[in-house]
Design a protein around this ligand. Structure first.
Ligand code: PBG
Ligand code: ZN
Length: 321
């Protein structure tokens, strides 16, 4: 008789036939850096997550170092915003300074720089705005300038999250022209217009001042369209592809990982984090079990890289397993 239970009879045998594993080398931990001094602001909707000023970044980074996580995704929150998001591509901008500090104080970290204008624009959109229209081609040169300036500051990977058409190609040419041929692009290829980003917009002060992002981010009902986005990004020179959010879009991640032989990243976003933390705080779920199950779900669906606010907890649990 076929007995599926034979391979489940002990921890040792379950571990032997375990199909999917998680390791800390695959985890990326997002960090919010804010202009100012002596700041460690808790983000209300994301328990355990803070905005840090550069002078207090060491508190978080020492914890990252101790956890064994080596990959950071950096988001800067500038003090001044304007129509063109000037601080995004200023040599002395908050993100550029944070990266310079990190490369010096924590040389072993891999620094991934998010490229988008929404944290830097007064209107909170990811591109330039004309009336209520978000301009595509006019935005590209600014994204290129931002990418080059982040590479100059020391970023190891450039990660455009704006969803303007043609941005990967423009950024690739810009990086190459500035001597950064060896800096990879991790593209937020399939980024959906999602309600799951709400806590992030508090954390990064990047909520749009009018309208929403539906004319540039993807429409949630569309799965196959994500593959066309990825195809375009590959043609334009992307090195790593991403699906975001992760958990509500595992079908997309699965299809993409079957179709494309490129490293696949899954972004376990702020709303997914907030939901788990809130339910765990109420005692409705077992936080550790649920988080590890979510990590496995992303790996099973095909993620090689997991961007998650749970990264430090996960690394800790992996260490004591
Ligand atoms: C910037 C950006 C966003 C996120 C990552 N980069 C917000 C948005 O597009 O509105 C979301 C991350 C998260 O929710 O954890 N474009
Ligand atoms: Zn944006």
């Amino acid at each position: 008789m076929k007995r599926m239970r034979r391979l489940r009879s002990s921890g040792a045998i379950r571990s032997l036939v375990q199909e999917t594993r998680i390791c800390k080398e695959q985890l990326v931990y997002p960090i919010f850096v804010i202009e100012g001094e002596n700041i460690r602001n808790p983000v209300e909707s994301m328990p355990g997550i803070f905005q840090h000023s550069i002078d207090r970044l060491w508190e978080e980074c020492d914890a990252v170092r101790a956890s064994g996580v080596r990959n950071l995704l950096i988001f800067g929150i500038p003090a001044h915003k304007d129509e063109k998001g000037s601080q995004a591509y200023d040599k002395g901008g908050i993100t550029q300074r944070a990266i310079r500090y990190l490369k010096k104080a924590y040389p072993e970290f891999l620094i991934i720089a998010d490229v988008c204008l929404c944290e830097y624009t007064s209107h909170g959109h990811c591109g330039l705005v004309d009336g209520c229209h978000i301009l595509n081609d006019e935005t590209l040169p600014l994204l290129v300038k931002m990418s080059v300036s982040l590479a100059e500051a020391g970023a190891d990977i450039i990660a455009p999250s704006d969803m303007m058409d043609g941005r990967v190609g423009a950024i690739r040419r810009g990086l190459d022209g500035a001597g950064y041929q060896d800096i990879p692009i991790m593209s937020y290829s399939a980024k959906y217009a999602s309600g799951y980003y709400a806590p992030f917009r508090d954390a990064a002060h990047s909520a749009p001042g009018f309208g929403d992002r539906r004319t540039y981010q993807m429409d949630p009902p569309n799965g196959r369209e994500a593959l066309r986005e990825m195809e375009a990004d590959i043609e334009e020179g992307a090195d790593i592809l991403m699906v975001k959010p992760a958990l509500a879009y595992l079908d997309v991640l699965r299809a993409a990982s079957m179709r494309f032989d490129y490293p696949m990243a899954a972004y376990n976003v702020s709303g997914e984090y907030a939901m788990v933390k809130a339910a765990a705080a109420q005692g409705y779920i077992d936080e550790r079990r649920i988080i590890m199950e979510n990590m496995l779900a992303m790996r099973r669906a095909g993620a090689d890289i997991i961007i998650t606010y749970h990264a430090l907890s996960v690394a800790g649990w992996l260490a004591d397993e």
